[in-house]
Design a protein around this ligand. Structure first.
Ligand code: ASP
Length: 329
């Protein structure tokens, strides 16, 4: 039994400084990270470390993630029981979801990170890394898709949200709650979500070239910023009010856009679904769907954008996009 550990930087690895500049930067390798974990030896599982990137997670890209998911896949093909990826928490809800959409294996792929860097009292990196390694080694964590282990909780990547900018309890799954917990070092899986078929492999050049905008609707919004968007972008995700509403003045602007590119309706609320057939005013969910917007269901705006990019990079047409939104949303 071996666990592969792939490190990508982030606060969990930010134990160094750059000369002449204030603030911590990513410096720690996977060997440093594992050396800082008390109790790792008792796990009794060799950890095979790779350190492909050491960046703030704001610098992670779809292309880089495709490469990392490929490395994780290869590790499983070579016999790893599970894979752990460490990275910054800022983009983790997007990267883990991207990986989840593509991960074809039963073996666990577990993301983790930290909110307090290793120079601070109460740094949470070592505990999170140990929890993630335990999950990656747990036979009952197989077949759950991509997971996130933080704060002694186990979350499905597909439901995860970062909900607080500094709290160590930042990660939550508002629509479902966590899948499980790590209790006295034991991984307890409390609920098992059904898995989806993975999407077909995506070409990194195509993904790079696929532009999907995210547009957050605000009060008094006249849609001026959307001018010309269909000339520069392949699709747009709209984060509407509540159950999927926009000011009435914005409805025709979105309708015109939907005649040219896919426009996906989601909620900016942070949890819950957009509705399909409850409200009837201009700018309501029924009106926007009549104008050609696609319903994103329970997908939050960030995840809808990740899904759309992968689908469009794979040449999906409107019917395939609609079907995928129904499956994942
Ligand atoms: N800014 C950091 C990053 O995402 C925050 C973190 O790691 O939690 O890289």
């Amino acid at each position: 039994m071996t666990i592969a550990l792939i490190t990508l930087g982030g606060t969990i690895a930010m134990g160094g400084v750059d000369a002449g500049r204030p603030g911590v930067v990513a410096r720690l390798t996977g060997a440093d990270l594992t050396a800082a974990v008390p109790g790792l030896a008792e796990l009794g599982v060799p950890v095979d470390v790779r350190d492909p990137h050491a960046v703030p997670s704001a610098n992670l890209t779809g292309r880089l993630l495709l490469d990392v998911v490929g490395q994780a896949s290869q590790a499983v093909a070579d016999g790893a029981t599970g894979v752990v990826i460490t990275q910054g928490t800022d983009t983790l809800e997007e990267t883990a979801f991207l990986a989840d959409l593509l991960w074809p294996h039963a073996a666990p792929l577990v993301f983790t990170g930290a909110m307090r860097n290793p120079t601070l009292a109460g740094a949470d990196g070592p505990a999170n890394l140990l929890a993630a390694l335990r999950v990656a080694a747990a036979p009952h964590a197989r077949d759950l898709g991509v997971l996130v282990a933080v704060n002694d909780e186990l979350h499905a990547a597909r439901w995860l949200r970062k909900t607080h900018s500094t709290s160590t309890a930042t990660f939550a799954s508002p629509n479902t709650g966590p899948l499980g917990q790590v209790i006295e070092g034991e991984v307890r899986v409390l609920t098992r979500p059904p898995r989806h078929e993975p999407l077909p492999p995506v070409d990194p050049d195509r993904l790079d070239a696929t532009r999907v905008a995210l547009y957050v609707v605000t009060m008094d919004d006249d849609g001026l910023l959307l001018n010309g968007l269909a000339d520069t972008h392949h699709a747009v995700v709209v984060a509407g009010f509540g159950v999927g509403h926009v000011p009435s003045a914005l409805a025709p602007v979105l309708g015109d856009l939907a005649e040219r590119i896919p426009v996906v309706l989601t909620s900016r609320s942070g949890a819950g679904s957009v509705l399909r057939h409850t409200y009837g005013a201009v700018g309501s969910e029924t009106d926007l769907q009549r104008r050609g917007l696609l319903n994103g269901g329970l997908l939050d705006p960030y995840k809808a954008r990740v899904l759309l990019r992968l689908l469009l990079a794979g040449d999906a047409g409107r019917d395939e996009v609609t079907a995928a939104l129904a499956r994942h949303g």
